[in-house]
Design a protein around this ligand. Structure first.
Ligand SMILES: Cc1cc2nc3c(=O)[nH]c(=O)nc-3n(C[C@H](O)[C@H](O)[C@H](O)COP(=O)(O)OP(=O)(O)OC[C@H]3O[C@@H](n4cnc5c(N)ncnc54)[C@H](O)[C@@H]3O)c2cc1C
Length: 471
């Protein structure tokens, strides 16, 4: 009988097993990545959580297949992943590299959240200059989207960036600023991870001041004139937005926070991170799910919420926690955002069309927040090609395929309406817009794609956004 040397025959198998275990240790394990809506589960090949630039550079250089980049994962359409990619999860890459209170500048690793920056700079009475309403997002994710907030007289985040560092597809680390590699500066900011991994950013800071809230209900039809004559020239306003009330969309509440010397009525420096937000959960449920819920909000809940004129710190108002919006479950329905930008002069032409589309499609809108943003200084995928008004639509939708299809229909109508008003739609949300609509809303996309071809010739950096629009 032939003798079989078991040790010889299984040795190659053992080797393969060992290699698999090792590669899992290096590259993590196959995982489902999803975003806050829970609508976009994507199985990636593996996930790594680097803590040094060297690790990022080596991983990028040594990996020949697709790579996607994840920050806080609050984008809503698969912008942080694609099937079978290596995902670089940036959330542990969150150190503060340097901070100069005198120069009002901070250099951070890109996985840091605004909240962590706020905790570091607040004792020096400094504030982040531009950020979103909530503080949970990472700096890298915010830069890659080129976000904006409620800051009056400000605009896209790029306006507060001194320079960034970027690891490109061959593993090289490049510093980019308006003076150094400007094409990468204006490409990577707002570039949704297409050109490389943003590893560091130097941001300009500003003074943390006391602000007093005021509010005022007025017809939507009077808002533009009111904003241009009363609010825009008022240099004491730090935050401003206006909330349009659905279902009628006739009235809005403008809410402004002006710099003040009055004594604080809210002494806290930052919002507590341990709140449970039970009240918010009930309110959102009532507004989105009960007959008369929207009327109740406009005529009962908001008048109570906006009673008085609280005085608080700027950092307090800038440190909201996304958790306050989180429902008990996102299984059957989920809360989603969309955003449209139109040049200031086209406000009155756009909003009636938007309202008509939302009404005709019976969209369950919870809120529409209007903000103003200054023109972008030149990023290739700018959403503010001139001074714009932004319409942030927060709505509820079902999670079944039919519900998603319905959303595609009315979203495309809204995108067309924004394009007809020479505006754009926002890219971090669900990817419903057609390729043609994308090209019209982002006319410099071709230049951006040419740059991508140069720095990433093998289409290494990808995600669902670029799978949809990059050819
Ligand atoms: C409740 C809520 C409120 C919001 N409010 C606002 C608002 O007020 N204003 C506003 O402008 N937006 C707002 N947004 C959108 C939000 O700003 C974006 O989704 C932003 O990307 C979130 O940051 P993040 O860290 O979660 O990024 P992620 O979702 O993780 O990533 C976003 C994109 O950036 C890329 N990316 C992440 N990190 C890096 C990196 N280091 N290098 C290169 N690419 C990277 C990703 O690949 C992806 O394409 C809101 C979203 C939610 C859910």
């Amino acid at each position: 009988m032939q003798h079989i040397d078991v040790s010889m025959s299984i040795r190659p198998l053992l080797k393969i097993l060992l290699l698999l275990i090792l590669s899992d240790q290096v590259y993590g394990q196959s995982q489902i990545i999803n975003d806050i809506t829970q609508l976009n589960p994507i199985r990636v090949q593996s996930v790594i959580c680097p803590t040094t630039t060297k690790e990022i550079a080596e991983a990028v250089k040594g990996y020949r297949r697709p790579i996607s980049i994840g920050g806080g994962r609050y984008s809503m359409g698969g912008q942080t992943a694609t099937e079978q990619a290596l995902q670089i999860d940036m959330r542990n890459f969150d150190a503060i590299k340097s901070f100069s209170p005198e120069k009002r500048e901070i250099t951070v690793q890109a996985g840091i959240t605004w909240r962590k920056i706020q905790e570091h700079i607040d004792p020096h009475n400094l504030s982040v200059k531009i950020m979103q309403t909530y503080a949970n997002f990472t700096v890298g994710g915010s830069l890659s989207v080129n976000v904006h907030g409620r800051y009056l007289g400000q605009g896209p985040l790029i306006l507060s960036v001194k320079e960034i560092k970027l690891v490109v597809a061959d593993g090289t680390l490049i510093t980019a600023s308006p003076a150094q590699h400007p094409e990468l500066f204006y490409g990577a900011i707002g570039g949704y991870g297409a050109l490389g991994v943003i590893t560091e950013a130097t941001l300009y800071l500003t003074e943390n001041v006391k602000v007093e809230r005021t509010d005022h209900v007025l017809p939507l039809s009077q808002y533009k004139e009111h904003f241009l004559s009363q609010l825009k020239p008022d240099s004491t306003i730090i935050f401003h937005n206006a909330d349009i009330y659905p279902r009628r969309y006739k009235k809005l509440r403008e809410i402004s926070y002006r710099q003040t010397d009055k004594p604080l009525t809210i002494p806290h420096r930052l919002k507590s991170q341990h709140q449970r937000y039970r009240f918010n959960r009930v309110v959102f449920k009532v507004i989105s799910g009960y007959p008369g819920g929207k009327w109740l909000r406009q005529h009962l809940i908001d008048p109570i919420l906006y009673k008085g004129q609280p005085v608080e710190w700027r950092n307090y108002e800038a440190s909201y926690d996304v958790f306050e919006l989180e429902p008990r479950s996102r299984k059957r329905s989920t809360y989603v955002l969309q955003e449209y930008f139109v040049p200031v002069e086209n406000f009155d032409a756009f909003y009636p069309v938007m309202v008509d589309i939302l009404k005709k499609n019976r969209v369950n809108v919870i809120n529409i927040s209007i903000r103003h943003a200054k023109q972008d200084p030149g990023s290739l995928l700018a959403w503010a090609r001139t001074d714009v008004f932004a319409f942030v639509i927060y709505y509820k939708q079902g999670t079944r395929p039919e519900a998603k299809e319905k959303v595609t229909v009315w979203t495309r109508q809204l995108v067309d309406a924004a394009i007809a008003s020479e505006g754009a739609y926002y890219l971090p949300y669900q990817i419903h817009a057609s390729e043609e609509q994308f090209r019209k809303a982002y006319p410099n996309a071709e230049t951006f794609f040419e740059l991508k071809k140069q720095v990433d010739p093998n289409y290494k950096f990808r995600n669902k956004l670029w799978d949809a629009y990059y050819r």
